[in-house]
Design a protein around this ligand. Structure first.
Ligand SMILES: C[S@@+](CC[C@H](N)C(=O)[O-])C[C@H]1O[C@@H](n2cnc3c(N)ncnc32)[C@H](O)[C@@H]1O
Length: 236
């Protein structure tokens, strides 16, 4: 069973707020987020929880995105797959408010998503085994200095957690436009006994998978000349 007491002092690195929110975005945080957020009393439960039990309807699959930024990709997935329930974690309030505003503007169903405005790892540590059908970690913070590599979200300990949560055959999808981080993520995931890289040729990591939803972050990187790497691993 996942043990959420394992890292009671886990630190979340990075920004939580960059610029003040507009009134519309603040309203989205105050009025929409509380209805869609996992409750904080989830951490008081003694046993692991099925994420599906926090949705108001039943979905055929449950897929999670950690660190969704402004949520372009998450919103795109919701539109592509109305029969899948999504879980999104993003501690950055500007990102969360952008996603909620997009949901409202585009009329996306609030049944279809549950959110967490804090450390996604902490939330995942509370979920029960084999409860996820897919996990996206897109353009995670690169932490370029060697002494900060231990902050990188893809590491053996987190891969243990992802392997525990993902059903056999479920994908772990990671991207980055930082070459050193791409190499790091390939090495970390390839060295993990529970994950297998699905790539057969370089096209599989240099070209986006079919129906790929590009985030603003990815588009900005590409127009600055950076190349995006797409890494798809499968839970054995
Ligand atoms: C470089 S941005 C990429 C955003 C988005 N995935 C994209 O590709 O456009 C990385 C994001 O990960 C979020 N993040 C960092 N650590 C996190 C954690 N432990 N749990 C959830 N999100 C996290 C940051 O707040 C930031 O928004």
């Amino acid at each position: 069973m996942a043990d959420n007491t394992k890292h009671p002092k886990r630190r979340l690195y990075g920004r939580k707020l960059s610029r003040p929110l507009t009134a519309e975005r603040q309203d989205a945080i105050d009025s929409i987020l509380p209805k869609l957020s996992f409750p904080t009393d989830i951490f008081e439960k003694e046993t692991a929880v099925p994420p599906a039990s926090y949705f108001s309807k039943s979905y055929k699959q449950y897929i999670c995105e950690i660190g969704f930024g402004d949520g372009d990709h998450l919103a795109g997935l919701m539109k592509q797959h109305p029969d899948i329930g999504f879980i999104g974690a993003e501690p950055f309030i500007n990102g969360m408010s952008a996603f909620l505003t997009q949901m409202k503007d585009e009329g996306l169903s609030s049944d279809q998503v549950r959110l967490w405005m804090d450390d996604g790892i902490k939330l995942l540590e509370k979920f029960e085994q084999n409860s996820l059908d897919g996990l996206y970690v897109l353009n995670p913070d690169p932490w370029p200095k060697v002494r900060h590599h231990k902050r990188r979200i893809i590491n053996q300990e987190h891969l243990d957690l992802f392997a525990y949560l993902l059903k056999p055959g479920a994908p772990l999808i990671m991207t980055t436009d930082v070459d050193d981080l791409a190499e790091w993520m390939v090495t970390q995931a390839s060295n993990h006994p529970d994950f297998a890289w699905t790539a057969k040729s370089s096209n599989d990591w240099t070209k986006p998978p079919p129906n790929w939803i590009e985030t603003k972050y990815e588009a900005k990187g590409k127009s600055a000349g950076r190349k995006q790497t797409y890494l798809i691993f499968e839970r054995n």
